[in-house]
Ligand binder design. Structure first.
Ligand code: AMP
Length: 296
């Protein structure tokens, strides 16, 4: 595994890979890796000859007052995990490498960036879309891997890829959970034992709504209200709503096409998100999108 810190070094390493005809997979992360990240890396090593993992705590996707300075980091552990999982290149740039003096261009994501988390994190998805587009341009991967846990992020990245004709396929992998249901997140490290217990209400509520859906309940408001009942112990419920997973449009009335029930809460100062997919067709929703596909 090569550890690469600069853009010229990355370009040289990848030029050789590309010239030898190998496929490239990219897993963008902010580090403090867990099994959720590992599942994306495994998908990449299974499908691509070369896997690049980036670890970059992207300052432009944090709003003022958020946890940029205390975001958890453990580079040595990340390095060991990547080595164990067969990663070829670990890209760990400093902020100045990605945002040199004078940097001023960004990707405006439109109304999808104002929905759900965007209401509480203005500019967040501009930062996400900009850094991910830069990583796509630097690595030029054939496939890039994202987690369903950040459903809004996946919808926006797919939109950016389509709108800007970026030559990359996007694979969205299922959310990895703790045995008790809590979705894995680097930010779970902030939770004390009491809040860790209370946080279980998020997945419990989503699973109850999912089970109601499987038993035939289709009303979006009823399903959201079911999940919301389990969120009573949270300090703040930012949203709990059913949306179209591709457009993020809110869904009302009977759910007749694939939907996502999405939750964001604040607990002890920590912001936690989660979601479940609800598919009236019954089968699991396939989430690979191809660079030039016709779907919206
Ligand atoms: P982050 O380091 O939090 O920016 O996440 C990097 C990537 O890992 C994103 O595509 C996330 O959606 C994905 N990810 C984070 N948590 C999970 C999880 N519990 N299951 C699957 N993927 C995840």
């Amino acid at each position: 595994m090569r550890i690469v810190r600069s853009i010229p070094e990355l370009r040289i390493a990848l030029k050789a890979v590309r010239e030898s005809g190998q496929s490239i997979g990219l897993v963008p992360t902010m580090g403090f890796l867990h099994e959720g990240h590992a599942s994306l890396i495994r998908q990449s090593t299974a499908r691509c000859d070369t896997t690049v993992v980036s670890v970059f705590v992207n300052p432009t996707q944090f709003c003022p007052g958020e946890d940029l300075d205390r975001y958890p980091r453990d580079l040595e552990r990340d390095q060991n995990l990547c080595l164990k999982l067969g990663v070829s290149i670990l890209f760990i740039p400093e902020p100045a490498e990605i945002y040199p003096t004078g940097f001023s261009t960004s990707i405006e994501v439109g109304p999808m960036g104002d929905a759900l988390c965007g209401r509480f994190r203005p500019g967040h998805f501009r930062g996400v879309a900009t850094v991910v587009t830069k990583l796509f341009n630097l690595v030029q991967p054939d496939l890039a891997f994202f987690g369903q846990k950040d459903l809004q992020q996946t919808a926006i990245i797919r939109r950016v890829v389509k709108d800007l004709n970026l030559p990359v396929d996007i694979l969205v992998a299922p959310t990895v959970r703790e045995p008790d249901g809590l979705a894995l997140s680097s930010r779970n490290a902030y939770l004390g034992p009491q809040n860790r217990q209370t946080a279980l209400g998020i997945s419990r509520g989503l699973f109850q709504a999912e089970s109601l859906f499987r038993n035939g309940e289709r009303d979006a408001a009823t399903l959201a209200a079911t999940a919301r009942q389990e969120l009573q112990g949270m300090d703040e419920i930012q949203y709990c709503e059913a949306v179209d997973p591709l457009t993020l449009d809110p869904l009302a009335g009977p759910i007749a096409r694939p939907a996502a029930l999405c939750v964001a809460v604040v607990l002890g100062g920590t912001r936690l998100i989660d979601n479940v997919l609800l598919n009236p067709g019954g089968e699991a929703i396939q989430f690979i999108s191809h660079a030039e596909s016709k779907e919206s």
